[in-house]
Design a protein around this ligand. Structure first.
Ligand code: AMP
Length: 377
């Protein structure tokens, strides 16, 4: 099939690398500026709202997907008139607004923290009354990697925090004193040859952030109650059904241990492949990228089972000197050195930018990943 990907970052790169192995070809729609998919197919560089460019991008494409949900909804909808968009534009719409997203989680039976909408300064007092402090004030849309949010420890900080966010529509959320953070990655496919849709889950991923950016993912996450996990997966499966979802979806949770037991509090979702699933290239029987391509082309999904304990560390801002030997990469932009798989995306270095990642698999995955990341014993 000829697959059109909206976006041209590392997620698009890894999707196309996986899809080419399944025999598919790729076309990309990317905004002006740097991208990392040039060697993987035809690239249409354009503003997302240019109708002529959308028509040119759509020419010859059998199915579309997106690697970034902050694309204008109008773009996804316009493209879906040329060929199916999977997941559908309405799935991206849910994730664009944190209030909508939280209501959607609640309706599916997932736990969410207390929250309230803040549309103007005047809403703040009532929102704080409902949610209490400490609280997190976040922009309703366009936030990622911890951007667009302010912690409010006491009431007197609220007006300043709101002004810092530009007085735009926000959500006020109760601060969750969580033990740790996990993500659940699901993939749902309406396989051509099967009567019913199939939903599979990857094992839970334990995520650690530094400055709001994902630093490390460890799989499987330890300390998650099997019963709570199972209940959460049932709710997630229901949510995917409601959306008639096709492809990979990730939901991030706070793990909260309360006197009455453990709770998984749904924080946010990404209707796409996700950074906390990169380990699956080496650590799972079938990677999130391969399964997303299988799902959007309606083929039978591959097993999401874990091969062995996996640790993924992001390379943010700079490539550590110990990994400089990775300058010559194969066509997958990856290399196996010091018993870890090194993926370099080919982006120019900039503070806070994800330039690559490493994954170690096996009993000693943490030690191997740390050694490669830190350069020696
Ligand atoms: P987000 O952009 O919502 O993923 O938030 C980025 C990070 O900020 C999360 O991974 C948490 O570490 C922290 N955070 C966000 N919201 C909350 C909250 N309500 N309570 C506690 N920590 C939070």
């Amino acid at each position: 099939m000829n697959i059109g990907i909206v976006g041209g970052g590392q997620l698009g790169q890894m999707l196309a690398q996986a899809g080419q192995k399944l025999g598919h070809s790729f076309k990309f729609l990317v905004p002006p500026g740097e991208c990392c998919v040039e060697s993987l197919g035809e690239v249409i560089r354009s503003d997302f709202l240019d109708q002529d460019a959308l028509a040119e991008f759509a020419r010859g494409v059998d199915v579309f997907t997106f690697e970034w949900e902050n694309v204008p909804l109008a773009t996804l909808e316009a493209l879906s008139h040329f060929a199916p968009m999977r997941p559908s534009p309405s799935c991206a719409e849910v994730a664009k607004d944190r209030i909508q997203e939280k209501k959607f989680f609640e309706a599916a039976g997932l736990n969410v923290q207390k929250f309230a909408a803040v549309s103007c300064q005047a809403d703040l007092a009532a929102a704080l009354e409902h949610v209490g402090v400490p609280a997190m004030l976040k922009t309703r849309g366009q936030g990622y990697d911890g951007k667009g949010q302010q912690r409010i420890n006491e009431l007197s900080m609220a007006a300043h925090a709101y002004a810092q966010l530009g007085n735009v529509p926000c959500i006020l959320e109760a601060f969750v004193p969580f033990e740790f953070e996990i993500s659940l990655i699901a993939v749902r496919a309406k396989e051509i040859a099967a009567p019913m849709a199939a939903t599979l889950f990857y094992p839970p991923c334990h995520n650690k952030h530094i400055n709001g950016i994902l630093h490390q993912t460890t799989v499987p996450a330890e300390g998650v109650s099997p019963i709570v996990l199972q209940q959460t997966q049932v709710a997630l499966e229901k949510m995917l059904e409601t959306m008639d979802y096709e492809g990979v979806l990730c939901v991030e949770f706070f793990v909260l241990n309360t006197p009455v037991g453990q709770q998984l509090i749904a924080n946010e979702m990404a209707p796409r492949v996700h950074n906390s699933g990169h380990w699956s290239i080496e650590g799972a029987e079938t990677s999130q990228f391969t399964n997303h391509i299988k799902a959007i082309t309606r083929q039978q999904l591959g097993s999401t089972a874990l091969r062995d304990k996996s640790v993924m560390i992001n390379l943010v801002g700079v490539i550590p000197p110990a990994l400089n030997a990775c300058q010559s990469l194969n066509e997958d932009r990856s290399k196996h050195i010091q018993n870890v798989s090194v993926h370099i995306y080919g982006k120019s270095p900039r503070a806070g930018r994800k330039l690559g990642h490493i994954t170690a698999v096996g009993d000693n995955a943490q030690r191997l990943a740390d050694r490669a990341f830190n350069g020696g014993e």
